[in-house]
Design a protein around this ligand. Structure first.
Ligand code: GUN
Length: 312
């Protein structure tokens, strides 16, 4: 037995086609959803993510603009840009790529985004609405994981879910989303004693800790659904061989790019035990961007309907 692969790429494609159809329907009403992405500094991974988000907007007919600011940008300057974007009618979504440089006050920046344009779901108003199980703009990665489970018809209600990781971006919001769908949820983290023992109770196990291949077979109940949120670069050939065995594709990728992407789950250790497993890459990653597109269209529909009824 080996785990069934959960194809995030295919489901992301499905979601993106649905979004493209919605964009076309909005165009008939003279509305073009618009996204502004803000990138501060030189973090290479952030640059790749933002470019990928902007490119996906283009594919789906969503207007987008990229604001690239130097590492030395001040909190005040960023707040000023956000105020301008908040005021622009044609901008429906504002995304501030994280992490921001250390001298910037991230909370003040995220709090400045108009909650109606907060397509990342990071503003306290949207966090609060999520906590209360009210309609909200929800963080993209956990929302994508829920779509993956629901579209694969993996039951959530009554299941025991263990989320390893307590970040504001993934762990906390995902735990709430699973809870609202009637899972019994445990949140674990780096200081949880007997982590493997708790993880082994999970019907749905989510690894969002940012530690390469940490989750091995001893963390997994046979047949469990394992969702790997980690994206870690491995550059060492011996480590790639330890993780994947004599995997020609991985080794040639390492040779050509200088790295291969590995999740928080040890793939060859867990695959024989789990019932379902998301691959890295091609699992959760593509869903995050698809959900950002979905949120942008949702924000456009909500806000522009509200603007119209207010001015009618
Ligand atoms: N950094 C890592 N994940 C995310 C995300 O979902 N949104 C933003 N804005 N930054 C991130």
């Amino acid at each position: 037995m080996t785990a069934q692969r959960l194809d995030g790429l295919a489901i992301a494609q499905q979601i993106k086609s649905e979004v493209a159809r919605e964009v076309a329907a909005l165009a008939e009403r003279g509305i073009r959803p618009g996204l502004a992405a803000i990138l501060v500094g030189m973090n290479p991974a952030s640059r790749v993510y933002v470019n990928s988000k902007v490119k996906t907007c283009e594919e789906l007919g969503i207007y987008s603009e990229k604001h690239e600011l130097p590492e030395t940008t001040t909190t005040e300057a960023l707040l000023h840009l956000i105020a301008r974007l908040n005021a622009r009618e044609e901008i429906d979504g504002i995304l501030v790529q994280l992490p921001l440089p250390r001298h910037i006050d991230t909370s003040r920046v995220l709090d400045a985004v108009d909650p109606a344009k907060d397509v990342d779901g990071f503003h306290p108003v949207n966090v609060g609405r999520l906590v209360r199980n009210q309609e909200a703009l929800e963080p993209c990665t956990p929302a994508g994981i829920i779509e993956l489970l629901e579209r694969t018809r993996i039951p959530i209600e009554g299941q025991r879910a263990v989320v390893i990781g307590r970040s504001d971006i993934v762990g906390k919001p995902l735990a709430l989303m699973l809870l609202h769908r009637h899972a019994t949820v445990t949140i674990c983290h780096s200081r949880t004693p007997q982590l493997a023992e708790i993880a082994r109770q999970a019907d749905i196990l989510v690894a969002a800790i940012g530690r390469t291949a940490m989750i091995t077979a001893e963390y997994v109940k046979p047949g469990a659904v394992v969702i790997d949120v980690g994206i870690n670069k491995v550059t060492d050939r011996a480590e790639v061989e330890r993780l994947f065995g004599p995997d020609e594709k991985r080794l040639s990728e390492l040779a050509s790019k200088g790295y291969t992407l590995v999740g928080d789950v040890h793939p060859t250790s867990v695959a024989p035990i789990a019932g379902y497993l998301t691959p890295v890459p091609g699992g959760v990653g593509p869903l995050t961007i698809a959900m950002l597109m979905k949120n942008t269209v949702k924000a456009a529909r909500w806000r522009r309907a509200a603007v119209r009824s207010a001015t009618a």
